[in-house]
Design a protein. Structure first.
Length: 239
C-alpha cells in the first residue's frame, strides 16, 4: 500500500511538471554562439573579469518583459565566448556590464539580426572611474551661520547617481554639517570643515557647483576640471 501511494504521488508530481517543461520548450528557439571583447573606451585595453548579464526583451500584453538568458565573465584579456539559448519572440537583447569601483555600469541593447550578423565580433566599451576628493572649509567668521550647497556632474551625468559618496566632517560638534538634501549636498552652520570622496569619469570634464546663502543673498561658484586616471584628483573650496 505504501509503495502504491508513493507511486501515485510521484505520478501527480510528474503531471504537474510536464506542462512547465513544455512551456519552457516553447519559450526558447535555438542557441546563439557569441564572441567578443570588452575594452576601456580611452585606452582600448581589454577589461578582465567583467561580469555581463544577458536579457531577452519580450513584449507581453503590451508590456516589456526582461527574461534572463544567462551571464558570463570576460577573460584576463577582456575577451569572452558564450553560448546562450534564444528566447522565442525576443527581437532584442540587453547586455548589462556590471558596474564596480573601476568602471561604471553600462547597458547596451542589440537587435537579434545584428547579433546574428556580428556574433563572433561583438565589442563593448566602458568608461573608467577615478577618485575625486572635494575639500570644503569655512574660513569666514561672520555671519555666525550660513548655508552651502554643492552638486557635481561628470560628462553631464549627475554625480550623486554616478557613484556613491562619503562625507567626513571635521567641524564643530554644535553645528549640523554635511546634510544630504536629496538633489545635492548641504552644509548649515559656522564651523564647516569637510571632505567629500567619490568617483567620476576619467579624462572627461567634471563640473562642481556651489551655492552660498549668506546674509539673505545667494552667490554661485563653479569649478570645471578633468580628472586624470592614476592621479589623486583633489578640489579645494574655501569660503
Amino acid at each position: 500500500m505504501r509503495k502504491a501511494k508513493l507511486f501515485d504521488n510521484m505520478f501527480i508530481l510528474l503531471l504537474a511538471f510536464i506542462p512547465a517543461l513544455m512551456a519552457g520548450c516553447l519559450n526558447t528557439l535555438g542557441t546563439l554562439e557569441i564572441k567578443g571583447k570588452v575594452t576601456d573606451e580611452m585606452t582600448g585595453t581589454g577589461i578582465p573579469r567583467k561580469n555581463i548579464i544577458v536579457h531577452g526583451l519580450v513584449y507581453t500584453n503590451d508590456k516589456m518583459e526582461h527574461v534572463e538568458v544567462g551571464q558570463f565573465s570576460t577573460q584576463d584579456s577582456g575577451c569572452f565566448s558564450y553560448s546562450f539559448t534564444k528566447v522565442k519572440d525576443a527581437r532584442y537583447y540587453d547586455f548589462s556590464m556590471v558596474g564596480d569601483s573601476n568602471y561604471v555600469y553600462m547597458n547596451r541593447t542589440l537587435g537579434l539580426m545584428e547579433l546574428e550578423q556580428n556574433a563572433k565580433f561583438l565589442s563593448f566599451t566602458l568608461s573608467k572611474l577615478v577618485d575625486l576628493t572635494i575639500k570644503i572649509y569655512r574660513k569666514s567668521k561672520s555671519p555666525a551661520r550660513d548655508t552651502l550647497r554643492m552638486i557635481w556632474e561628470s560628462d553631464e551625468v549627475y554625480g550623486l547617481s554616478l557613484f556613491p559618496h562619503k562625507i567626513y566632517n571635521f567641524g564643530g560638534t554644535t553645528d549640523p554639517v554635511g546634510l544630504t538634501s536629496g538633489d545635492d549636498l548641504m552644509w548649515v552652520g559656522g564651523k564647516v570643515n569637510s571632505t567629500v570622496t567619490t568617483k567620476v569619469f576619467a579624462d572627461k570634464k567634471t563640473e562642481i557647483s556651489w551655492e552660498l546663502f549668506r546674509n539673505g543673498r545667494r552667490k554661485e561658484f563653479t569649478d570645471t576640471i578633468t580628472c586624470r586616471r592614476d592621479f589623486a584628483n583633489t578640489v579645494y573650496f574655501a569660503y
